[in-house]
Ligand binder design. Sequence first.
Ligand code: GLN
Length: 251
Amino acid sequence: MCRHLAVVGPEAPLGESVLAPPHSLFRQSWAPRRQLHGTVNADGFGVGWYAAGDPVPARYRRAGPIWADGSFLDLARVVRTGALLASVRDATVADPDGEAAAAPFTAGPWLFSHNGAVVGWPDTAAPLAALLPPGALLRLAARCDSAFVWALVEHRLREGEAMGQALAGTVRALADAAPGSRLNFLLTDGTAIAATAWGDTLWHLTGPDGRTAVASEPYDDDPRWVEVPDRTLLTATPTDITLHTLKEPCL
Ligand code: GLN
């Protein structure tokens, strides 16, 4: 399955967290260390980031592996940001949607990624389509499960739910409709991060540089990386991490 990463904190080049660390997302695309499902993350990649003073993120996505894109290496060296969300994809089911199916998905100020799979997609998810506004299915960014998951999350955000609440509500709905699904979500609005651990690995790091990273797996061997227990909702700012269990209906 995919690997993903979100970072908030002082401005730095994209490449500092996405490419430079010894076990960065770049390296995780062919040599992840903690991936529980799948092997190589070569079915597309994407990075979304925020420029100072602009609440709407920019994205750079491609259908192929991150290691085959020399232009991204250049871009990542010079583009600076205080918040980003990046992913490398291992498609659950082969699809022809190319970069449209590569996270991050976006709307307004948000960037979203899903690491996992909805069991029985698309049939198991069909009843949940009734939760969406008319036309939402026709506007899905791609035909993969993750684009549908994003539509569910986006709808809750637009209804006014906080980021953590929107992720927790979506995990519960999908876990009921499609038991056994793996639902590790990552969401940011450029100032904070919300994430779920539900079936795959999740870690966080707050370094001395005032930057918080939330990732499928550590990008280096810094001893401050902390593993998030399964069935957990995490919310993070550059300085604070909060964990809630998703086992009880606490949100
Ligand atoms: N199911 C999603 C997809 O196909 C996510 C895959 C993953 O986590 N590897 O894109």
